[in-house]
Design a protein around this ligand. Structure first.
Ligand code: SF4
Length: 366
């Protein structure tokens, strides 16, 4: 069964580090929902196991629009009775009304962009909420019956130290959350943080300190019985994200909304163009691009996605004519303890998780 990803391209304000496609315009929200329902109607009906509303900030749409979108998803696709339905929220949008509305709409997983529990750090990167608001939001959702709650934490934020990151991890673990995603700050061109970097008013955290933060994260979450199931994702038993896991195991997923990406599970990737006005104006098929993966790209894709998880890369998943090449490229890393090869499954070792990009780059097609 497929997954459905819906990109909601609205944010109240833009965060200093963000390069995702979104707008702060208010007036296009209804037009967007209309166009989204139209796009769904034009897609082939299929069985769906996971639905994920991400962004942008889905919670900026408000209860009624979110309920309308989820009704349309159920009307157009055969959504499994036990489907995982996730909505991303920002803490300052969470009210009792929103929590209740999400539950009524059948949402059973909420992912919250907290990023830090230190107010000064949140302020520096333009997040709108405080640590207290994040705790209150988790409490409201949990009180509404949401047990599958995920929060995002970032490391490498301006002004963040190992000690302040430890406080954020501990705060997260004091809350009733079952899943934590944690990403290193990456300074992307076009962001406010990138300008600050060029102006010299912001200095990136050094690699050694980043590694210390990542190791601390892994240690604290392990002590709290979270399984480290993907490079940046940790979950209590039974709470790994089914939707995100489908990105890493090659399951097909539809991408709906401007800027959304989809994959047919074989060789075709589809990207809706990140242009909200053109998306709303499109009468028929929305503006998009298709990419058909060649043999090299398909091999790279399999290696890059499967190795991200602790499940690892089964050699049987690799096209037969590429296995010798893969094993030859992997051999130095196996010898150095950065990869393990057991029962024909290749995995990153814990020591290599932080430098996974470099290891995987060495395995890519020539
Ligand atoms: S980080 Fe999230 S809330 Fe901030 S601008 Fe990006 S999508 Fe919007």
């Amino acid at each position: 069964m497929a997954g459905v990803y819906i990109h909601v391209p609205f944010c109240k304000t833009r965060c200093a580090y963000c390069s995702f496609y979104s707008t702060t315009s208010e007036e296009l929200k209804d037009g967007y929902v209309e166009a989204l329902c139209r796009e769904m109607a034009g897609r082939q009906r299929q069985a769906v196991a996971t639905v994920y509303l991400g962004g942008g900030t889905p919670s900026q749409l408000g209860v009624n629009r979110l309920q309308r979108i989820l009704s349309a998803v159920r009307a157009h696709f055969a959504v499994a009775a036990d489907a995982e339905i996730t909505v991303e929220v920002n803490p300052d949008d969470v009210t009792a009304e929103l929590a209740e509305g999400l539950a009524e709409a059948g949402v059973n997983r909420v992912s919250m962009g907290v990023q830090s529990f230190v107010d000064e750090e949140l302020l520096t990167v333009g997040r709108r909420h405080t640590a207290e608001e994040a705790c209150r939001a988790v409490g409201l959702l949990h009180g509404e019956g949401f047990s599958n709650l995920s929060i995002d934490l970032m490391y490498g934020l301006p002004g963040q130290t190992l000690e302040s990151f430890a406080r954020s991890i501990d705060e997260a673990l004091n809350l009733p959350v079952a899943h934590v995603s944690s990403y290193a700050l990456s300074v992307e061109p076009g962001t406010l943080l990138h300008s600050r970097l060029r102006q010299g008013t912001f200095r990136e955290t050094g690699e050694r300190e980043m590694l210390e933060m990542y190791n601390l994260l892994r240690k604290r979450l392990k002590e709290a019985h979270f399984e480290h199931y993907e490079i940046s994702n940790f979950a209590l038993n039974g709470y790994a994200s089914r939707h995100n896991s489908s990105y890493w195991d090659g399951t097909s997923y539809l991408g709906l909304g401007p800027g959304a990406h989809g994959y047919d599970g074989q060789r075709t990737r589809r990207a809706n163009l990140p242009d909200l006005k053109a998306y709303i104006a499109a009468a028929d098929d929305v503006p998009h691009q298709l990419e058909v993966l060649g043999d090299d790209e398909l091999y790279d894709e399999i290696v890059f996605t499967r190795l991200r998880t602790t499940r690892g890369l089964r050699l049987a998943e690799v096209p037969a004519d590429r296995r010798d090449y893969l094993l030859r490229m992997a051999a130095p890393h196996v010898a150095a303890g950065r990869l393990s090869l057991t029962d024909d499954v290749l995995r990153l070792t814990p020591a290599a998780l932080f430098i996974s990009d470099g290891v995987m780059a060495d395995l890519m097609a020539e």
